[in-house]
Design a protein around this ligand. Structure first.
Ligand SMILES: [Zn+2]
Length: 302
């Protein structure tokens, strides 16, 4: 067992001392650690073998978007100051679970509607809220999300976690429900479920079948904050061949989980366990008695 597991266990134990009810339930959904969480976690992830090493983080290309520099890791942009400080995928949570956002003026009403539907998906049964500002509202705030179109061919991306220049840029043909719900998970600080650092117990990964461009979306990330049980049905999970170059599986559930094969990465809705993860990371104090996944209203697929 890797040392990082011991560190994660220490982290979970430390949480359990504070939130005993939470830690007696099964854990779903995974987050990039906050700086505060990272400080309590192992720094020995290089030993995991199939994850990024610290040198990789030191060689990333820095890109300026809005007024902030970011590094692209997979399909998600991380604030450069955090990556440089920790050489790891670290992201901030939104203070009090409030996401201040604004659309740029060109975002069409039908796209705003899809986006607001995603807001409903993530806020239902959680304490997270989204506060919309007018496009001409010049309020500056240490945490502000700009939602707009991407004009880079083939690319729709988001920054991860809270920040003064958080953003989500989506190509016009990508404004579908699953895409927006997935990107909103990144905005809230969530990572791809299949990249969490305990994935080895749940999926097999065949990097040789993955396109080089998408490899950063497949490699394990470490350390990660695994806020709920491994969830094949998470909106943050990829499907088996989503990143394949040869029609073969890149991700495959372990034999005992093969019943999830056709559902993994295919479900359009924010899962109940995704919400459990949100509650654990954002709503601990008020959610201690509310970790029973389920009872959410049916999710619209279109
Ligand atoms: Zn993603």
């Amino acid at each position: 067992m890797r040392n990082s597991y011991f560190a994660l266990a220490r982290f979970v134990v430390s949480f359990s001392l504070i939130y005993p009810v939470i830690c007696t339930t099964t854990f779903a959904g995974t987050f990039a650690p906050t700086p505060e969480q990272y400080a309590t976690m192992s720094q020995s992830c290089e030993e995991a073998g199939d994850t990024f090493d610290k040198d990789t983080f030191g060689k990333l290309k820095r890109i300026r978007i809005l007024d902030t520099y970011f590094y692209l890791i997979g399909d998600t942009y991380y604030e450069s100051a955090l990556v440089e400080a920790y050489r790891a995928p670290v992201a901030r949570r939104w203070t009090d679970g409030v996401v201040r956002f604004r659309f740029t003026t060109d975002v069409q009403p039908e796209h705003r509607s899809i986006w607001r539907d995603a807001v409903h998906q993530w806020t239902e049964d959680t304490c997270v809220t989204f506060l919309e500002l007018g496009a001409d509202d010049n309020e500056t705030h240490p945490e502000l999300l700009t939602v707009s179109y991407s004009y880079v061919s083939g690319l729709s991306n988001s920054s991860i976690g809270a920040g003064p220049s958080a953003w989500m840029y989506i190509q016009r043909q990508h404004w579908c429900t699953r895409m927006i719900r997935h990107e909103m998970g990144h905005v809230l600080g969530m990572l791809h479920e299949h990249q969490r650092d305990d994935r080895a117990g749940f999926i097999d990964v065949f990097e040789q079948n993955c396109s080089s461009r998408h490899l950063p979306n497949v490699k394990m990330l470490c350390p990660t904050v695994n806020a709920s049980a491994y969830d094949f049905e998470s909106v943050m999970h990829y499907s088996a061949q989503q990143t394949a170059i040869n029609g073969r599986d890149v991700l495959r559930p372990k034999p005992e989980y093969m019943s999830y094969y056709d559902r993994m990465g295919e479900l359009p809705c924010v899962s109940d366990l995704d919400r459990v993860a949100i509650r654990r990371e954002y709503c601990m104090k008020e959610a201690e008695a509310g970790l029973d996944a389920g009872a959410s209203t049916p999710c619209s697929h279109e």
